[in-house]
Design a protein around this ligand. Structure first.
Ligand code: GDP
Ligand code: MG
Length: 189
């Protein structure tokens, strides 16, 4: 089984809420291996390249937010998916640059999927108890959009293996990624 890497970032709201240790604990508890970790205050280049707008992502965020609003019987007042998504990207860049964040890389089989499971869905309102976003935040699409800001959800986790590869290269130099053995490695060599 080939191993994967994923990028996990405790965003500044998580740092400010003293949740760095809690995030690390949840990943370490299940045995995942940390291969890189640092505190960074992202600049315009890193924040801009971290959040890229693909057509697929733009359609996805638009429809997620539309379905969430309509399922609550609320009107969704936007009709152009591209400008909705561009606007979220601008807000996301501000969110990522508002203070220092903690960036980490975890390694292991299925680690991208497992990382998303630990973190929970984008909207804390929907993220189940037991997930980081579900346990430590309550924000929603409706409230965040109404206040013209990104959803506050404490943490970033790569969504796919390709996304992880691109994001890790953006945040870390190759020499900042370490290779070492842990006892659990023998189960998936
Ligand atoms: P993630 O992978 O779960 O973080 O979600 P995405 O990659 O789709 O979006 C990146 C970030 O943009 C999310 O973590 C939220 O902070 C923010 N975001 C996504 N969709 C919306 C939205 O519809 N409205 C607002 N206000 N923020 C959003
Ligand atoms: Mg994402």
């Amino acid at each position: 089984m080939s191993t994967e890497k994923t990028l996990i970032i405790v965003k500044h709201d998580g740092v400010s809420r003293s949740l760095i240790g809690e995030v690390v604990r949840r990943f370490e508890n299940i045995g995942l291996k940390i291969v890189a970790m640092k505190m960074v205050w992202a600049d315009e280049r890193v924040a801009g390249e971290h959040y890229l707008v693909s057509d697929e992502w733009a359609k996805g965020v638009f429809s997620k937010a539309k379905v969430a609003a309509e399922s609550k019987g609320l009107e969704f007042p936007y009709d152009d998916y591209k400008s909705y998504a561009d606007n979220i990207q601008l807000m996301n860049r501000e969110y990522l640059m508002e203070g220092p964040v903690v960036a980490m890389v975890f390694e292991g089989p299925h680690v991208v999927e497992i990382g998303r499971k630990i973190v929970g869905s984008t909207e804390p309102r929907q993220a189940p108890p037991g997930t980081i976003r579900g346990d430590y935040m309550f924000d929603s699409y409706v409230v965040a959009d109404g206040n013209k800001r990104s959803i506050r959800n404490l943490i970033h986790a790569s969504g796919t293996v390709d996304e992880a590869t691109r994001e890790i290269a953006l945040w870390f130099k190759p020499e900042e990624l370490h290779s070492y053995q842990k006892s659990l490695d023998s189960y998936h060599s």
